[in-house]
Design a protein around this ligand. Structure first.
Ligand SMILES: [Zn+2]
Length: 542
């Protein structure tokens, strides 16, 4: 997802989680309930017919799974006003009970451990229209300038169960992917994730079939409908030849052919930093939509109006943010961090947004150099609010502060300084994508991985930056050639070294909560903490 810029002040004044209580619905959605834990998703087969005029859908989802532990009660999620019509297994209707968004299917007998099963869920209804996609998601029912339907789904946060029945939790992805059959009126095209398999017209309707063979997170599943034209290219990538395909409104084809030249440049930069694109089998796509954009796996949705920056704005205020199309770069960065490596709980969403906000710097770094990257990330500090910790509440579907984006990026940029070896840092970023390939993980796993690979004890570093809103502050005093310094605003045992630029020369200093004094050969005439480190500093006396 992209950071929601326009509501920052609203969030600051009216949003608080102090004393927030969570409901049973939050737990049913956000935790691995008993009714979820016993079965392992292997595949979805999702058929949907969309009525564009009355804005309803009806469909069937065939859910394939392996039984991990014998059980007979299964949780499936589908949010009202969408309705389950019936549930079928082995040709027979099965009963279920409903509790809000959660539905509990009661099989006639226990399912045998190790067996492979299918359950077919029929559903229909009028899915919520998105109030402000992609943040307040749902269906965006729009029209293009020729008056033709232009429709797209987006549902990060609120969940895929907004419009189709599934196991709506991040921990389990269907390892064999998803098949789509989307039926719409003739004259328009439906684009989903993965590769186009087939199109079949019967009377006035056409069914568009798409296929994803890799594991996919639910929120990444999307359908888009419009008067699309297609163009594409072959990209010689690290792993293979990659199909890069673009679906845009007919009226925007010429603009897209220019703007989307950034897509292969993105692929080149990210394969360098993060390793091979994680979904060669499913291809890479950019698909135009009537909202800003979203990281839908292998079909990145695009609505940045063919401008550089974030709708023409530079988030960093340095000018570097206008060197790239924010949506192409940011949303595609999520193919590595969100789609390849997915958080197991939305409380750890910084794994998606921190690394992806950081991918913006790495794109700049690759094409414009290290100084550009550094200036950009430092520039984005003005967006950081330090209102709440980056890590949210576990098991209740509750994400942390929106600081997960640019505080997240600044944490990673600071870490790069500590490692002092860009090649090693690149190997770690690539290692994450290789060792956690197609996995759902926790922030703890990621933190431990990086500590191990860097050989630096990062326990306090992570706890300070991810779990508090305190920014470490270096206080210092100068007496001729002596520098005294200490940290304030830190957790116990936080002792991250920083580089001080003293009389124009870089010197590592090692502050702790206690005052320390370091002597230099010459009188100290100027000092500042190198701004690549995300710390505050203050001279408290001369
Ligand atoms: Zn994002």
């Amino acid at each position: 997802m992209i950071i929601r810029l326009l509501v920052v002040s609203f969030l600051m004044c009216s949003f608080t989680t102090i004393g927030q209580s969570f409901t049973r619905q939050d737990s049913l959605r956000g935790s691995i309930t008993l009714e979820r834990a016993w079965w392992d998703l292997t595949h979805y087969d999702l058929q949907v017919e969309v009525d564009l005029d009355i804005k309803t859908i009806q469909g069937v989802n065939t859910i394939s799974y392996t039984v991990l532990e014998a059980n007979s009660k299964m949780q499936i999620d589908l949010q009202p006003p969408m309705k389950i019509e019936k549930v079928i297994q082995d040709g027979k209707e099965v009963s279920y009970t409903s509790e809000g968004n959660a539905h509990f299917i009661q099989f006639k007998k226990e399912q045998q451990k190790g067996s492979k099963q299918k359950v077919i869920v029929y559903f229909s209804g009028k899915p919520p229209a998105a109030k402000n996609a992609p943040w307040d998601g749902g269906f965006t029912w729009s029209k293009d300038s020729n008056g033709k339907h232009f429709v797209a789904t987006s549902n990060q946060g609120i969940g895929a169960s907004l419009w189709w029945p599934n196991k709506d939790h991040y921990y389990d992805e269907p390892e064999n992917g998803i098949d789509f059959a989307i039926t719409i009126p003739n004259g328009l095209m439906a684009v989903a994730n993965g590769r186009l398999q087939n199109k079949e017209t019967k009377k006035d309707k056409t069914t568009w079939s798409w296929k994803v063979v890799n594991p996919i997170n639910n929120y990444g599943v999307n359908i888009n409908i419009g008067d699309y034209v297609h163009f594409g290219e072959k990209y010689e990538g690290e792993q293979d030849t990659l199909d890069m395909d673009y679906y845009v409104l007919r009226e925007n084809e010429a603009k897209a052919k220019i703007q989307f030249k950034q897509a292969p440049k993105m692929m080149e930069a990210f394969e360098h930093w993060f390793g091979p694109y994680p979904f060669y089998e499913d291809s890479f796509k950019l698909v135009e939509v009537p909202y800003l954009g979203m990281e839908h796996q292998s079909s990145i949705t695009y609505g940045n109006q063919y401008m550089n920056g974030y709708l023409g704005r530079d988030l960093s205020g340095t000018g570097w943010g206008l060197k790239f199309d924010f949506i192409i770069i940011h949303e595609a960065g999520h193919e590595w961090f969100a789609n390849n490596i997915t958080h197991i709980d939305v409380a750890d969403m910084w794994i998606h947004e921190g690394f992806t906000a950081y991918s913006e710097n790495l794109y700049l770094d690759y094409h414009f150099g290290k100084k550009a990257s550094s200036e950009y990330v430092v520039g984005t500090r003005k967006i950081i609010q330090n209102d709440r910790p980056i890590i949210g509440d576990y098991e209740v579907n509750k994400e942390g502060s929106s600081d997960m984006y640019y505080k997240g990026a600044n944490i990673l940029h600071t870490l790069r300084q500590l490692i002092e070896d860009d090649e090693k840092w690149r190997e770690i970023l690539r290692g994450l994508n290789k060792d956690f390939y197609h996995q759902t993980i926790s922030s703890n796993q990621l933190e431990e991985y990086i500590s191990k690979k860097t050989g630096i004890n990062l326990i306090e570093f992570w706890n300070q930056y991810l779990r508090t809103v305190q920014i470490p502050k270096v206080e210092y005093k100068i007496t001729k050639n002596q520098l005294s310094f200490r940290y304030v605003s830190i957790i116990e045992n936080f002792d991250m070294p920083v580089i001080a630029i003293i009389n124009g020369k870089e010197e590592w200093i090692f502050p702790t909560s206690e005052w320390k004094t370091k002597e230099f050969a010459n009188e100290i005439k100027s000092i500042k903490i190198k701004e690549d480190f995300y710390v505050e500093s203050e001279m408290i006396s001369k």
